[in-house]
Design a protein around this ligand. Structure first.
Ligand code: ZN
Length: 698
């Protein structure tokens, strides 16, 4: 079996792997029965009894920092297309951090939502080592949650595992450094801004912002189970409002399950997608200033979005005339709902902060019969199924979803399933056993599971994209254990602390849609995670420690890359870096778009974090200029193009577009472009800037 499988995989990999992977999948068990007596043993509830009984006194702090990687010529992470590389910025990517502490038990937790496709394991590893260098043991793996919004429009190359760098053409140190630095800085800011305050909570349904993209897989779940729910997606948005005792509004976090796939796979502009824009809208409404260390921060965090898409008209159709419109439609819905919840919160979180965390050898979990179909089961070495190459509906790839070995009804499936199956992976026709690649596996096998309580709210953080029904079963597991000790809400925190594909229910797995094919550890993965999360919940409930578990690999030694650095920059004869190629008109009306093109250097020379490649400036009556828009504003688009300037292709064109808002004040404006060029003589770097003509806005 082993030999034939490997030969078959090699064949398939050669044949197919130029294709696509994008989505998620999950597989899981039937809801395990947590017997009442298991849930009623003597309880300590350290977070909700004792000194923290009835506690509503929190300390809260927030911070935000830029994490935008190379805006040119780096493969984008999400749709797995070789030809989708960055070529500019629409919205910058941000890390949004919150520190929440309870003096009653002297515990604290960090929650970060980052505008990333995934928070790969190396990101958590490196952020933690920087935090520990600064703060000692205040922050550990156990009390820090790093979660990704799952935008598909950020630069990639930031995993240490080969599968996720494949279509990026390898690892990219510059991008990883930007991400780690930015997340760390956001946490430092939140830490420094910590002060006494309160946390209120509200939740409500947002029913027109997502649909299930694998409804046939969802329908595999038992009818009696489906009958308990009105929808085949998780439509509940839950929101926290953090406010200091001084009245200062610190920020807000909400969780809503929907993919970051409003921008499509032909987009080349960096964007936080629908959640990034929703955050921006909320922060703008609160007058946030990204350039100061303390400001209002609004995180639109990811939840159990495995099978949930914003493209509510099917396929890649989000309802807008283009990607920007679709992103705006989804963002507006999420923003409007969040603002309504924010303005109506009255219920305080009650209790203390607590947490448990364990690393689990996910490819070797012995799953007890209580969590499966009544038989002892195991998880499997990580493998991806053929349907992963088909991509999900948001970004179709090679072939069709749903190739399953459940029923071998055609010659093609007979051929595939004869060669590409293992008993452990059951219905999955395997395109690659990523966990068995040498010298290092292509996907991680030691993975973090984490349970955090903030008062009566529980957060379940897993490194997977959890489908709707899988999320429900997991929440049920936690509720069964912690409900008796006062937990009233359980939230799945998606794509947290590492990344290892999807997690579907056992029944969804059999169908082998994109999400099932991307559930690495086999049909009983969800059952295994339920069992391990239950273990954490028991420990938290009884105030017992949990073993740290095995240590994840450190693969920083062993990265390969085909990334190209900047050799040197050039400009056409008679031009200088920053000179204008196409200038603005003399005047514009509001609603029109100003376009200015500059000659300049390559954006990789300096990422211009917290600063940007462009400014729209307005003149004051005293003749001085101030900035009214940056490259992170929705109304601006910054585009980079490589250009031929004889005899080289080393020239960079920087196009700045500013669509003048209807609220813009009439007056005199100009566009500024900032960049850095690299010398061909000695590799030295030189900052420059250019200015457009001054123009009137009427
Ligand atoms: Zn996904």
């Amino acid at each position: 079996m082993r030999v034939s499988l490997q030969r078959f995989q090699r064949f398939l990999a050669c044949f197919l792997l130029a294709g696509v992977f994008l989505g998620v999948g999950a597989c899981g068990a039937r809801t395990a029965d947590v017997s009442p007596d298991r849930a009623s043993s003597p309880v300590g509830e350290p977070g909700r009894s004792g000194a923290c009984a009835g506690n509503t006194h929190f300390q809260v702090g927030s911070g935000i920092h830029d994490i935008t990687g190379p805006a040119a010529e780096l493969g984008m992470m999400g749709y797995a297309r070789l030809d989708q590389k960055t070529a500019g910025i629409h919205l910058r990517l941000w890390a949004r951090a919150f520190v929440i502490a309870t003096p009653c038990n002297d515990k604290r937790v960090v929650f970060v939502s980052a505008d990333l496709g995934q928070v790969f394991q190396v990101i958590k590893q490196q952020v933690m080592s920087r935090l520990q260098a600064t703060y000692g043991s205040v922050y550990t793996d156990a009390n820090v949650i790093l979660s990704a919004t799952h935008t598909h429009s950020g630069p990639g190359g930031i995993s240490h595992y080969a599968l996720y760098n494949l279509t990026i053409l390898g690892f990219d140190q510059q991008n990883l450094d930007a991400v780690v630095h930015g997340i760390y800085q956001a946490i430092v800011r939140a830490h420094n801004n910590l002060g006494a305050g309160t946390i209120t909570v509200a939740s409500g349904e947002l029913t027109d912002a997502s649909i299930n993209r694998s409804p046939q897989a969802y329908l595999r779940n038992p009818a009696a189970e489906r009958a308990q729910y009105a929808s085949d997606t998780n439509a509940l948005m839950t929101l926290l409002r953090l406010q200091k005792s001084t009245g200062l509004e610190v920020g807000t976090i909400n969780w809503f399950a929907v993919h970051g796939t409003s921008m499509g796979n032909d987009n080349h502009l960096i964007s936080g997608d629908n959640k990034g824009y929703a955050s921006y809208l909320f922060e703008k409404a609160k007058g946030a200033n990204y350039l100061v260390p303390e400001t209002f921060v609004a995180a639109f965090a990811q939840s159990d979005e495995g099978d949930s898409t914003p493209n509510i008209y099917g396929g890649t159709n989000g309802g807008g005339a283009n990607d920007f419109d679709s992103t705006a439609l989804s963002a507006q819905k999420q923003f409007t709902k969040a603002l309504a919840l924010y303005n109506s919160t009255t219920e305080s979180l009650v209790g203390g902060v607590d947490y448990r965390h364990a690393y689990v050898q996910m490819d070797a979990v012995q799953v007890a019969p209580a969590w499966t179909d009544g038989v002892a089961r195991t998880t499997c070495p990580a493998a991806i199924g053929i349907s992963m190459l088909a991509g999900a509906e948001d970004g179709p790839g090679f072939g069709r979803e749903g190739l399953s070995c459940e029923q071998v009804s055609t010659l093609w499936t007979a051929f595939i399933c004869a060669g590409a199956r293992t008993d452990c992976q059951a219905e999955k026709p395997i395109v690659m056993e990523t966990g068995r690649q040498t010298p290092y596996p292509w996907t991680p096998e030691v993975l973090p599971l984490q349970l955090v309580t903030i008062g009566n709210l529980a957060l379940v953080a897993t490194p997977f994209e959890v489908t709707t029904m899988a999320g429900r079963r997991l929440r049920h597991t936690v509720m069964a254990q912690l409900g008796p000790s006062g937990i009233t809400r359980v939230i799945i925190v998606g794509l947290a602390n590492a990344y290892a594909g999807y997690m579907v229910t056992r029944e969804e797995y059999a169908r082998q849609d994109y999400e099932g094919a991307s559930t690495h550890f086999g049909p009983w993965q969800l059952a295994a995670v339920q069992q391990e999360i239950d273990r954490l919940a028991v420990a938290l409930r009884h105030d017992l420690p949990v073993a740290a578990g095995p240590t994840p690999r450190d693969l920083s030694c062993c990265q390969t890359t085909l990334q190209t650095g900047v050799v040197f920059d050039d400009k056409p004869l008679g031009q200088h870096f920053g000179s204008v190629m196409t200038d603005a008109n003399a005047s514009y009306n509001r609603g029109e778009t100003v376009t200015v093109v500059f000659w300049g250097g390559h954006p990789k020379n300096d990422l211009r974090l917290q600063d940007g490649f462009l400014q729209v400036q307005k003149q004051h009556s005293d003749g001085t200029w101030s900035v009214v828009a940056y490259d992170w504003d929705w109304e601006t688009i910054y585009t980079w193009t490589r250009d031929f300037c004889p005899p080289t292709f080393a020239c960079s064109r920087h196009t700045v577009q500013w669509t003048i808002p209807s609220t813009a004040a009439p007056g005199l404006y100009r566009i500024r472009h900032d960049g850095t060029w690299k010398s061909g003589w000695d590799g030295s770097l030189h900052p420059y800037f250019g200015l457009s003509r001054e123009f009137t806005v009427n």
